[in-house]
Ligand binder design. Structure first.
Ligand SMILES: [Zn+2]
Length: 101
C-alpha cells in the first residue's frame, strides 16, 4: 500500500477519470438535469464511485462527492488519496463548496 501522500500514478488518474465519468450515468437529477459523477481512490488502492442524488426538497440532495465518501466510509475506508469529479460541462466544475470545506 503506497503512503497516503504518494503521488497519483498515471494509471490511477486514468482509472479515477474513467470511473468518475461512468458514474454520471447513476446520477438522479430530475430537477437540475446536472449530472455529476465522482470517484475516490482510497489509501488501500480501491476506487469508490458516487453520483449526485437530488430531492424535491433542495437541501436534502447529496452531491456526488459526498455520496462517494459516505459509501467508502460505510465500507470501512477512512483514508483517501485522491478524488475525481466529472460533469457534462466544459470546463469541468470543481467540487461543491460544502465538500471544499
Ligand atoms: Zn460536494
Amino acid at each position: 500500500m503506497p503512503p497516503i501522500n504518494a503521488p497519483v500514478t498515471a494509471q490511477e488518474l486514468s482509472t479515477l477519470s474513467t470511473k468518475a465519468i461512468d458514474a454520471k450515468a447513476a446520477a438522479y437529477c430530475p430537477y437540475s438535469k446536472f449530472r455529476v459523477g465522482a470517484c475516490i481512490l482510497t489509501a488501500s488502492g480501491e476506487f469508490v464511485v458516487g453520483a449526485n442524488v437530488e430531492n424535491v426538497a433542495y437541501p436534502v440532495g447529496t452531491c456526488a462527492e459526498r455520496v462517494a465518501f459516505a459509501t467508502a466510509i460505510v465500507a470501512g475506508h477512512k483514508e483517501f488519496r485522491a478524488i475525481a469529479v466529472a460533469t457534462d460541462i466544459t470546463p469541468g466544475a470543481s467540487p461543491c463548496g460544502m465538500c471544499r470545506q
